[in-house]
Design a protein around this ligand. Structure first.
Ligand SMILES: Nc1ncnc2c1ncn2[C@@H]1O[C@H](COP(=O)(O)OP(=O)(O)OP(=O)(O)O)[C@@H](O)[C@H]1O
Length: 456
């Protein structure tokens, strides 16, 4: 229900909350979707009354109540359904299609079916299942497709490794990182990042996925191409180790989400080629760009993966449901992920620890300024009040390791700088668990800048 407008002489239009209940029922025919946007401050609850429904591939069982906040998304049905929605959306609409094929989501199902066949063969022959990379321009629905394919695989009992190679948005981790995780159980449709809880500690209703995380500390891969390439290689190494040690994972394969690239952009294309190379990608899915599809088809025509397979380049249409998310919205989403990391959510409350640390007890590095001509890595940083409200990565390295080793190490977790007292040379630091902060090097990234006081 929207806001009703009431006119009072002399006072102009005054919005009043509609007095009637805001609960409503939405009926969807097969392959229709309900598209909705809920602002960061608001929330809605959704229940499936009958039929089947899914959110980014995750099935929503009948009569379960799901709460969504700060979200732009859709609920899709393959067999038709009735939804009960309670609460106010910024915007919502039903996308009707004359037949299922008219919805681009049908091509997601078809792609999944192909991947499934490949997994069956691979599992039988104990080889690697498909390694899929999803690329396309910004805002084309890449992450949505990766979530959907991951979820469909999980629903069939496969254990795929899903990789996020787009630092702009975290997967089971904070923004500015690259990560990979085996998805063996259902994803949490209510999770603030749409994947699941960012693992810290504590009990959880949906099993927590334990990702392998690397800290890039910038928004775009192009800002420090060499470092990005290095981390992609490290991530690929970790993934390949997992594939070789676990037969089920090996047969299920890998799905990689990537950053938005522009048509004709050389650096973006080269970075895509690097990801293809490192992860031995044999299926590149291009959403919403015939030009990128044509360019990549040419580029990979004569190349083979490290396993000697051809690299197939597949084109998919972009759904007209994909929406832009402005900077304020994305900021809110990042903030929600950081909050959830330290404090948990409605289903699982966490108790982070505040610790006082002496400046001298901490080893803090900052990502050096990027310069293409110089060797650049980490520089030691003396604690100062400029660090207030930043989140630092706690590296799985020793304080005696060289800066090059530290910055390419995987991330153990994150801490938050609550307060800096320069006079007393002390820092108040929020950590998800207790433990000595001085034992590990901390890395201060360049992005995302802090804009909230977590304890305020
Ligand atoms: N069919 C749809 N109906 C409504 N919303 C959708 C639909 N498909 C995707 N969205 C929403 O559109 C937004 C952008 O989609 P998505 O994140 O998948 O794009 P992307 O290409 O990965 O973006 P980026 O380039 O920023 O990484 C998300 O909020 C997503 O939930």
């Amino acid at each position: 229900m929207g806001l009703a407008a009431m006119s009072i002489p002399g006072l102009g239009q005054i919005p009043v909350q509609a007095a009637v209940s805001s609960t409503r029922t939405i009926s969807l025919r097969p392959a229709w979707e309900w598209r909705f946007q809920v602002p960061a401050g608001g929330s809605i609850t959704v229940k499936v009354l009958s039929g089947t429904a899914e959110k980014d591939g995750v099935e929503l069982p009948l009569r379960n109540s799901y709460t969504f906040s700060g979200i732009k998304s859709k609920i899709l049905t393959w067999h038709g359904c009735e939804l009960e929605v309670d609460g106010r959306c910024d915007r919502d609409s039903v996308a009707e299609y004359p037949n299922p094929v008219a919805n681009p989501a049908t091509s997601h199902i078809n792609l999944h079916a192909r991947l499934s066949d490949m997994r069956v063969d691979a599992t039988r022959q104990r080889r690697e299942g498909p390694r899929v990379l999803v690329v396309g321009p910004p805002n084309s629905g890449k992450t949505t497709l990766v979530k959907t394919l991951t979820s469909y695989a999980t629903r069939q009992g496969y254990q795929v490794i899903t990789v996020n190679a787009d630092p702009k948005e975290g997967m089971l981790s904070l923004a500015g990182t690259l990560s990979a995780s085996v998805f063996a159980t259902v994803m949490d449709p209510e999770a603030v990042d749409g994947w699941g809880s960012t693992p810290t500690s504590g009990p959880s209703t949906v099993p927590v996925k334990l990702p392998m995380v690397f800290h890039y500390g910038r928004e775009s891969p192009e800002e420090d191409e060499d470092f990005y390439r290095e981390l992609v290689a490290r991530l690929a190494g970790a993934v390949s180790g997992r594939l070789s040690e676990d037969e089920e994972v090996r047969g299920s394969g890998v799905i990689v989400d990537s950053m938005g690239i522009s048509e004709g952009g050389q650096v973006g294309m080269d970075l895509v080629a690097h990801i293809v190379d490192e992860f031995s990608i044999n299926i590149v899915v291009v959403i919403g760009s015939p030009k990128i599809h044509a360019d990549l088809t040419t580029r990979f025509a004569s190349e083979k993966t490290s396993l000697g397979e051809q690299i197939q380049v597949v084109a998919l249409d972009k759904s007209d449901g994909v929406v832009e998310r402005d900077e304020a919205f994305l900021q809110h989403s990042r903030e929600a992920v950081i909050k959830e990391y330290f404090f948990g959510d409605a289903k699982r409350t966490l108790s982070p620890q505040i610790q006082q640390a002496d400046f001298d007890a901490l080893t803090i590095y900052k990502l050096a300024d990027y310069s293409p001509d110089e060797k650049h890595s980490l520089v030691t940083e003396e604690p100062s009040s400029v660090m207030q409200h930043w989140t630092f990565a706690v590296m799985n390295a020793s304080v005696r390791d060289s800066p090059d080793v530290v910055r390419a190490a995987n991330v153990m977790g994150f801490v938050y700088v609550a307060d800096v007292d320069e006079d007393r040379r002390k820092m108040k630091i929020l950590a998800p668990v207790s433990g000595r902060l001085g034992d590990r090097p901390l890395v201060w990234g360049r992005w995302p800048e802090p804009y909230i006081n977590l304890l305020g």
